[in-house]
Design a protein. Structure first.
Length: 413
């Protein structure tokens, strides 16, 4: 009898897992259910899509015939509401239930909804899916000014995209400088200058107090420090949570996300998790972490799919690898990235221009993290060093000298 595989979530982790399963088991019954209304799309490019700079084909990853060819039963517009792991059943908001032999939870993240007074006014937006992006796309056609709330990765993306189509942009951030805590101090300064060059007005050390409207339409944004910003358009990007609330009564071990081991397996041998919904033990920090980016989600999905079939079991040993473009800046955050690590040591290496540098973090003679700006050829070597946890062999003289150079670092990796 063919095995039944159920995947909840149609993002990179879920669909990669389905593809991995099919490559190993041609007879398997593979069903993917998803709250999304459209097949897998490249979520990092939603900001571009939401302002009309690219069309739907520009973000579509897998065409519909892919699912037919791979014999993947894709069920869209269905939200999982309950896991009955004793009977191996998933309940959904449609009333339909789905059974499984093996289950993958790849439900991703859910943006935090604003709870400020006036958040329900027309003109106040959050965004995570294509339906919300379509609403933003319609709205930007008839506005000139936008307030973006949140200095995280999505907030920065949206501020840049709104500016690219000629809107006046005011960016409100809680921290004292844009880019903190994702990037180091030098990187944050570069990012601040880049946004200034774009013409984005950054207001730091502030938060939204309330929204005010006229005829149920946004008219002004008020901040906690007493500022009033007139605008009929506000985009809010204040963070997200793991989309695992539906598991709360399942007895599955969940922290912020589903807790998994190095095989992407939960404490239930029949249930796996991957992508933004999963948390695993980080070997450096000794804490459960999630890797909330596209590259790692694909890697986790591939491992989970392989291990669900139960062939030659594989470990997930891929370090975090975040790529971020901001104007003319190109960053990679590897391993611990900008995270301060107890016992860790930071060193900077200069490039040929002020927009090229590398900051590496070492601990006990090993590279555990890096922030790379403008020099991506070295990324592969650094990523390999972190994953293999090999000795860096960086001479102390190089680490302590003034004017350390990226080329010198590259030669010894």
């Amino acid at each position: 009898m063919a095995s039944t595989y159920l995947i909840v979530g149609s993002g990179p982790a879920g669909i990669t897992a389905a593809e991995s399963i099919r490559s190993l088991d041609n007879d398997a019954e593979i069903t993917v259910i998803s709250e999304e209304k459209v097949p897998m799309f490249y979520r990092p490019r939603i900001p571009e899509y939401s302002v009309g700079r690219i069309n739907i084909e520009g973000i579509t990853v897998k065409k519909k015939d892919f699912y037919v060819q791979k014999k993947i039963n894709l069920q869209l517009g269905i939200r999982a509401t309950k896991l009955d792991k004793e009977n191996r059943i998933i309940e959904t908001d449609t009333g339909k239930t789905y059974g499984y032999d093996k289950l993958l939870i790849a439900t991703g993240i859910t943006p935090l909804e604003p709870k400020f007074p006036g958040s329900s006014l027309e003109g106040v937006f959050t965004m995570h899916d294509l339906i919300q992006a379509e609403r933003v796309k319609d709205f930007v056609k008839n506005t000139r000014q936008v307030v973006v709330v949140g200095g995280g990765l999505l907030g920065m993306d949206m501020a840049e995209e709104f500016r690219s189509i000629g809107l006046g942009v005011t960016l409100l951030i809680r921290r004292s400088i844009i880019g903190d805590p994702f990037f180091d101090d030098y990187g944050c300064k570069l990012i601040h200058d880049e946004f200034k060059t774009m013409g984005v007005n950054i207001i730091a050390d502030t938060e939204v107090q309330a929204f005010e409207g006229t005829n149920n339409r946004l008219a002004a944004v008020f901040t906690k420090d007493g500022k009033r910003i007139d605008s009929d358009f506000c985009f809010i990007a204040i963070g997200a949570t793991h989309a695992v609330d539906w598991l709360k009564n399942s007895s599955l071990k969940v922290k912020s996300g589903v807790l998994v081991d190095e095989y992407m397996r939960s404490h239930d041998d029949n249930i796996f998790s991957a992508g933004n919904a999963a948390q695993f033990m980080d070997t450096v920090s000794k804490k459960y972490i999630a890797q909330t980016n596209w590259i790692n989600a694909i890697a986790q999905g591939s491992i989970a799919g392989n291990n669900m079939v139960g062939s030659e079991v594989m470990k997930y040993e891929t370090t975090s690898n975040y790529f971020k473009r901001i104007g003319g800046l190109f960053f990679n955050l590897l391993g611990t990235g900008n995270l301060q690590v107890e016992g860790g040591k930071r060193d900077y290496f200069k490039g040929d221009t002020p927009k090229e540098y590398i900051m590496i973090t070492t601990k006990e003679g090993r590279i555990i993290g890096a922030v790379i700006c403008g020099r991506h050829k070295i990324t592969v070597k650094l990523k390999e060093s972190i994953e293999k946890q090999r000795k860096t062999s960086i001479p102390d003289a190089l680490l302590t000298m003034e004017g350390k150079n990226i080329d010198d670092l590259s030669k010894i990796l």
